[in-house]
Design a protein. Sequence first.
Length: 409
Amino acid sequence: MENKDIKKPLADRMRPQDLEDFVGQRHIVGEGKMLRKIIESDQVPSMIFWGPPGSGKTTLAEIIAKKTDSEFVHLSAVSSGVKEVKKVVEKAQTNLEFKKKKTILFLDEIHRFNKAQQDRLLPYVEDGTLTLIGATTENPSFEVNSALISRSRVFVLEALKAEDIKHLLERALSDKEKGFGKMDIKISAEDIEFLAELSNGDARTALNVLELSVMSEGKAKEIKIDKEKIKEAFQRTNLLYDKGGEQHYNIISALHKSMRGGDADAALYWMARMLEGGEDPLYVARRLIRFASEDIGIANSFALDQAVSAYQACHFIGMPECAVNLAQAVVYMSKSKKSNALYKAYYTVKQDVENFPNEPVPIHLRNAPTKLMKELGYGKDYKYTPDFENPEDAAQQFMPDKLKKRKYL
């Protein structure tokens, strides 16, 4: 192993180099599965990998590039733009013309590219200048241009099972070239399983925690790793913010309750904890949209506009620029008047729908598209409210008979 490899993080060093060593995702790369056949036949189309963090999207893309003898270019949509894409295209054109070599552009977090940026990729995907493999944790149906999706195959990756992560950890502990196989590390099978479970399907997190647990012991001849050390390393590795675990839900709860309580300063703090910990800003924006109706509702109808606008801003420009857009919305929500009347009303309505699921529509409210329905009285005596100057003259029953006295607001 070269010196430069020793300096790489454990998760990078332990990346599988071929499909035989790739762990998980057997539903798409197992023997006889479509993606495996595509790779082995060297007929790789542009693709979108949709799956949670640490499920193997990057690793699988690298394996595909190696298996098909293609040049692999890795860009992050968070830090790259049209300029970087242009350079990749120029390189891909050179590869095709002079080297007869294909280029795979792996675009991580493709959902962070706005529509214009995604559109710039289309011509080169269509004419085969490059093969695009986009990776996203968000539903591509909503976050990736339909034109780009129509020219790509979408493969859904699943969170790794604890047994898969356990296998990766054991491999890292025993590998003498890339892992810790030359070190005297004491860790029980129970604690390996504990780490695997704690990692919540994220292989990268599991390997990062293992590495930090080992390296925190310095140059000790014998290294002992137990549950307490794993917990401590887990917190430090995730910057006290685990996007998939308990801390994630604790902090979004703190943000929600700070806004509800009108404490804009605290709300800003919790929002920043999430963003700086790596949370997708679109997730935060979606929570604000929910909050705008659940906790503010009819007390201030403009709150929903603010939240939706913040979501659109995040979608257009991404992090770090959109942090200030979210800050604006969070402060607005915090300082706005509050009302949970809509939330309470819908909860009560929902109970009534469950208890009275098949109440008939009053006959005067029914649609009457046929002659028979009209003869049966459908729509008869319905009062068209705009025709009445006095609203009281248009009074009529709108609720089913069993609920005609029910009030929700």
